[in-house]
Design a protein around this ligand. Structure first.
Ligand SMILES: NC(=O)c1ccc[n+]([C@@H]2O[C@H](COP(=O)([O-])OP(=O)(O)OC[C@H]3O[C@@H](n4cnc5c(N)ncnc54)[C@H](OP(=O)(O)O)[C@@H]3O)[C@@H](O)[C@H]2O)c1
Length: 303
C-alpha cells in the first residue's frame, strides 16, 4: 500500500489524563428528556456503545427544552442516584464558569462554588474532569490556577481542563499550575477548522492534552445541510458514496483523523444515531480524502 492510501482515521481509545475513553463521547447539552428513565436509557445505551466520556456543564438546560441552568446536570444526577453503578462506567466531565447575564466568572470564588454546585446536582462526590467552560478575561491565570489545584487537592475532580481557550490562554494558565491540564475542548468539525489552524491542536499534541471536539456535526447542520457550503456537502457525499456510508459518517471520521486523536463529543439524543457515530470509526479516510474535505471547507485550494 502506498503511504497516500493509508487510512488516517484513529480508532484507538483516547487518554484523558490517567483515564481512557472511547473515541466517540456522549454530550449532555441536549439531555432534556421528559423523565429520568428516558435519561437512564440514553446514558446506559451510550456506555454500552463504548461512549465512556460523558460531557456536561452547569449551564446546560438553559435551552433545548431544559428547565434552566443546572437542569441537565440534575437529570444526569438523578440517573446516577438511582443507578450508581453507571457512575463507575463513565469518565464524567463537567464545566463551569459561564454565568448567564455576566457572562463569565472563573474567579477563585466563582469557579469553586460552581464546581461544588455541579457535584451536588450530579449526586457524586467527584467528577473525573473539571473544565473551565470559557475564558474569563478578567481573572489572573495565577488565581484561577490556585483555585483549580485546590479542587484537585480536595478530591472534587480527578483532573482539570479548559474549553474554548486560545493556545496563549492555555499556556498562561499552565504556567501557574503544578498539576498539568489534561484536556482542551474546542469546536471542531469539517465546517469549523479554526482549532487546526490557530495552534489549538498543535499545542494539544505538544503538551499531550486530550482534544474533546464539540459539535462534530456542526450542531446537526451537516445532516440538514443548512448554511453549509454546497461544495463541501458534495465532497462529503462523494467520499461517503465511495465508502458506502453517509455524509455524517464521513464528517465524524474526519474529526477522528487528526493526529491529535480528538474525541468526537456527539450531541445526538438518539441511540441509533449514536451507534452510527460509533460505526463511523471504521470509515477509512486517506490523505486525499481529508485534504479534499479541508480544501472544500476553506473554499480554496492549498498551495
Ligand atoms: N464546550 C462548549 O462550549 C460546547 C459547546 C457546544 C457543545 N458542547 C458539547 O458538545 C456536545 C455536542 O454538541 P452538539 O449537540 O452541537 O453536537 P453535534 O453532534 O454536532 O449535533 C447534534 C445535533 O445534531 C442532530 N442530528 C441530526 N441528524 C443527526 C445524525 N444523523 N446523527 C447525529 N446527530 C444528528 C442531533 O439531533 P438528534 O438528537 O435528534 O439526533 C442534535 O440536535 C454537547 O452535548 C456538549 O457536551 C460543548
Amino acid at each position: 500500500m502506498t503511504s497516500t492510501a493509508v487510512n488516517l482515521v484513529r480508532r484507538e481509545p483516547r487518554r484523558i489524563g490517567d483515564r481512557e475513553v472511547g473515541p466517540i463521547g456522549f454530550g449532555c447539552w441536549r439531555l432534556t428528556t421528559e423523565s429520568t428513565a428516558d435519561a437512564e436509557r440514553l446514558v446506559r445505551g451510550a456506555l454500552d456503545l463504548g461512549c465512556t466520556l460523558v460531557d456536561t456543564a452547569d449551564v446546560y438546560g438553559l435551552d433545548w427544552g431544559g428547565a434552566g441552568f443546572g437542569a441537565c446536570e440534575e437529570r444526569l444526577g438523578q440517573v446516577l442516584l438511582h443507578h450508581p453503578s453507571l457512575r463507575d462506567r463513565m469518565v464524567l466531565a463537567t464545566k463551569g464558569g459561564i454565568v448567564p447575564g455576566v457572562p463569565y466568572d472563573s474567579s477563585p470564588g466563582g469557579i469553586t462554588a460552581a464546581c461544588e454546585a455541579s457535584l451536588r446536582r450530579l449526586r457524586t462526590d467527584h467528577v473525573d474532569l473539571y473544565q473551565v467552560h470559557r475564558p474569563d478575561l478578567f481573572v489572573h491565570p495565577a488565581d484561577l490556577a490556585e483555585a483549580l489545584e485546590a479542587l484537585v487537592q480536595r478530591g472534587l475532580t480527578g483532573a482539570i481542563g479548559v474549553s474554548n481557550h486560545t493556545p496563549a490562554q492555555v499556556a498562561a494558565l499552565q504556567a501557574h499550575l503544578d498539576t498539568p491540564l489534561v484536556s482542551v475542548q474546542p469546536e471542531y468539525s469539517v465546517v469549523q477548522l479554526a482549532a487546526m489552524r490557530d495552534g489549538t491542536l498543535d499545542q494539544a499534541m505538544a503538551l499531550g492534552l486530550a482534544v474533546l471536539a464539540w459539535s462534530p456535526l456542526a450542531g446537526g447542520r451537516l445532516a440538514s445541510g443548512d448554511g453549509v457550503d454546497p461544495a463541501l456537502l458534495a465532497t462529503l457525499d462523494r467520499i461517503a458514496a465511495a465508502n458506502g456510508v453517509d455524509r455524517i459518517a464521513v464528517a465524524i471520521a474526519f474529526v477522528l483523523a487528526h493526529p491529535s486523536a480528538p474525541v468526537a463529543i456527539m450531541g445526538t439524543q438518539r441511540l441509533d444515531r449514536l451507534a452510527a457515530a460509533v460505526a463511523a470509526v471504521d470509515v477509512p479516510l486517506t490523505r486525499a480524502d481529508v485534504y479534499a474535505i479541508l480544501q472544500a471547507s476553506e473554499g480554496r485550494p492549498l498551495p
